[in-house]
Ligand binder design. Sequence first.
Ligand SMILES: Cc1cc2nc3c(=O)[nH]c(=O)nc-3n(C[C@H](O)[C@H](O)[C@H](O)COP(=O)(O)OP(=O)(O)OC[C@H]3O[C@@H](n4cnc5c(N)ncnc54)[C@H](O)[C@@H]3O)c2cc1C
Length: 339
Amino acid sequence: MSKINDVLVIGAGLAGLTAARVLADAGKRVQLLDKSRSVGGRLATRRIGEGRADTGTQFFTAHDPEFQAFVERWLEEGIIFEWSRGWSNGSLEETRDGFPRYAAKDGMNALAKHLAAGLDVRINTEIVTIQHLACGWIVTDKENTIFEGGALVLTPPMPQSLKLIEASKISLDPAVFEQLSSIGYEMCLTALLHVDGEMALPAPGAMQRPHANLSWIADNRRKGISKTHIITIQMGGNYSRALWALPDDQILGKLRVDLEPLMGGDSWSILEAQIKRWRYSRPLNPMSVTHVLTGVANDSGSDETRPLLFAGDSFADAKVEGAFLSGLHGARALVGKMS
Ligand SMILES: Cc1cc2nc3c(=O)[nH]c(=O)nc-3n(C[C@H](O)[C@H](O)[C@H](O)COP(=O)(O)OP(=O)(O)OC[C@H]3O[C@@H](n4cnc5c(N)ncnc54)[C@H](O)[C@@H]3O)c2cc1C
């Protein structure tokens, strides 16, 4: 058995990292657990040869004053920069909202690594079962390593969190379970193309077409995070679902056909191509509350309940800002319940 923690946080994406920081600052012993090889979740950046590409989140906006204050601090610390105030064919032409769009200087994953500094994070740790015993929450990973904590925070995309809850036979209040089960996610096929030459993308090197098959095209070199021209291309939700089961080479074949009329093909050629599949990219119907904090009775049948917090971008208007606010407010509520 590992050390006994006050709180176990499953998922070291933005919501989990933010929640863990609030809990640690409140004096709680926190263990973060993530199945991936790095922290960050969908704040993901991949190296391709000499280059680099953001593969998940491309940029974020800030509307909430508390989130804005954190954004100001990250700007001052030199972690993030303002990339644009909108995109050709997307927000710039359709809405002209003029809000700053931020990105991280060394790729989005660098922001996650910055937030993880000083936290106790265990990566390559996929949690497969959860138990609630008289002594507290016990979670077990694929290697049968056990972690124990007084409270549990679940931050994976909601369908993944609920799969874990169901597989572990944890009984939630039926009304809570029904609400959480209604949250669905959009799939996103993402292509990463290392190209020789330059695509004719409008300034600042990205194009957004919200309702098109290829909904986002961006050059990571022009974004300033890559030495070479690595292009990130996201396919829209319907198109991603339609192509999902095809092998990568067939998806890339269709993508070339879609790209040709948009970008021509004379000034650039593809040196290397990869496909990244995001089964859960963005929630289709996030809950308007910032989190759900509930209590679960332990398996021994006593009346005692232990806190279980659901947080992440399934709440608070989704996206980067929503995930942050969910982690922040969820953890504060948990601290209140534990003290
Ligand atoms: C392709 C794409 C493009 C996007 N573009 C934008 C954008 O431009 N702007 C914007 O604001 N947002 C964008 N988003 C959404 C944004 O990335 C997310 O809303 C946000 O990063 C979610 O953070 P999170 O912490 O809630 O979840 P995640 O980042 O998904 O974190 C959850 C973590 O849980 C871990 N996990 C899951 N199951 C287990 C388990 N059983 N055991 C251990 N660990 C587990 C995962 O490895 C992951 O690290 C995009 C997302 C995608 C995929």
